[in-house]
Design a binder for this molecule. Structure first.
Ligand SMILES: [Fe+2]
Ligand SMILES: [Fe+2]
Length: 147
């Protein structure tokens, strides 16, 4: 059973690599772009929902200090920004320059968010959340992703 941290990390890699593939695609590759974009949207939806409903609350509860509250507050507002960008992207012509520009913006924003999680929040979470709970979250996340 992979840990919840490994599973969230794998999602981060998958999403950033799909964003890079869109940036590398030609303007004529409309179907490829649409397919990659739909995958990114679906992956981010299950990922951010799990973080918001399960992982962040557990982290905030276990760490129980103002640093954790602030980290979670920032993370939630970054999720909202990403959701707004995804909505804007959904409405755009996938062959347009504005679509590619917005994908680039989303990738930069997510890279910043991911490094906050992986370099700061996850190491702190590993200190305060016991292994059994981390395994339970991993198992629950796996079952959500399998649906
Ligand atoms: Fe994440
Ligand atoms: Fe996140």
């Amino acid at each position: 059973m992979p840990t919840i941290y490994k599973m969230l990390h794998d999602d981060h890699e998958k999403v950033t690599s799909a964003l890079s593939k869109i940036l590398d695609s030609s303007d004529g590759a409309e179907r490829t772009r649409e397919k990659l974009f739909e995958e990114i949207k679906a992956d981010l939806e299950v990922h951010t929902r799990f973080e918001e409903e399960e992982f962040y609350p557990q982290f905030r509860k276990e760490k129980a200090d103002s640093e954790a509250r602030e980290e979670v507050r920032d993370a939630l507002s970054e999720h909202e920004e990403a959701k707004t960008m995804l909505d804007e992207l959904s409405a755009m012509d996938k062959t347009s320059d504005e679509f590619i520009e917005k994908i680039r913006e989303l990738k930069e924003a997510l890279e910043h968010h991911i490094s906050d999680e992986e370099d700061e929040m996850f190491p702190q979470a590993q200190e305060v959340i016991d292994e059994k709970k981390a395994e339970e979250m991993g198992a629950h996340y796996q079952s959500l992703k399998a649906d």
